[in-house]
Design a binder for this molecule. Structure first.
Ligand code: FES
Length: 185
């Protein structure tokens, strides 16, 4: 005689998991295992948005960063989204910024910016002349103050306030201005 298993109730079993509950459990576990490797990617596409924060920390010495060069550092934390540029501006560019009243964040020719684009949070490229370019959709930011020059980014890059000890030449990051991934108003 042929028995039709499909007619058996699957929610009622003696003291244990029903078949349906067990299958749901298996599905949940396999979904978690499938998605787990992608968790770090979410940090890239949806980075945290730090509030403006102050936290004085030495990031370099003036002797380490020659005029026209850039040093990568992390601030205010140590995560990928905290990646920032310390740039020793060519003196012509620093002079021009001063003449145009765009030197709010420049200290002794140095400026520092966070590198997470304010459009869809790609990481920007290294400085090119007086600009920083986001390769994802062609966003252009001013190197001297992070303002948007062209492309889809809606807001300027977060800037990092600097202090330089004249005796030692040590450069300190002291405050993040803006929110990472979101920029400045
Ligand atoms: S993510 Fe930078 S321009 Fe789109």
């Amino acid at each position: 005689m042929v028995t039709d298993d499909s007619s058996q109730p699957d929610e009622v079993e003696d003291g244990g998991l029903s078949r349906r509950a067990f299958l749901r459990f298996l599905l949940a576990v396999s979904t978690l295992l499938t998605l787990a490797p992608f968790a770090p990617m979410s940090q890239f596409f949806f980075p945290k948005r730090n509030e403006s924060s102050s936290n004085r920390r030495k990031i370099a010495n003036v002797k380490e960063v020659a005029e026209g060069s850039t040093k990568v550092f992390f601030y205010p934390g140590e995560e990928d989204v905290d990646r920032s540029f310390l740039v020793h501006l060519p003196h012509e560019l620093a002079d021009r910024a001063r003449d145009e009243g765009k030197d709010e964040f420049i200290v002794d020719g140095f400026v520092a910016l966070n590198t997470v684009c304010t459009h869809l949070q790609c990481v920007t490229g290294f400085p090119e002349e007086d600009q920083i370019v986001c390769p994802c959709h062609g966003g252009y930011f001013s190197l001297v103050d992070g303002t948007v020059i062209d492309g889809p980014p809606p807001r300027p890059l977060p800037m990092i306030k600097l202090e330089i000890e004249q005796k030692t030449g040590d450069i300190y990051a002291v405050e993040l201005i803006g929110k990472i991934g979101y920029g400045r108003e």
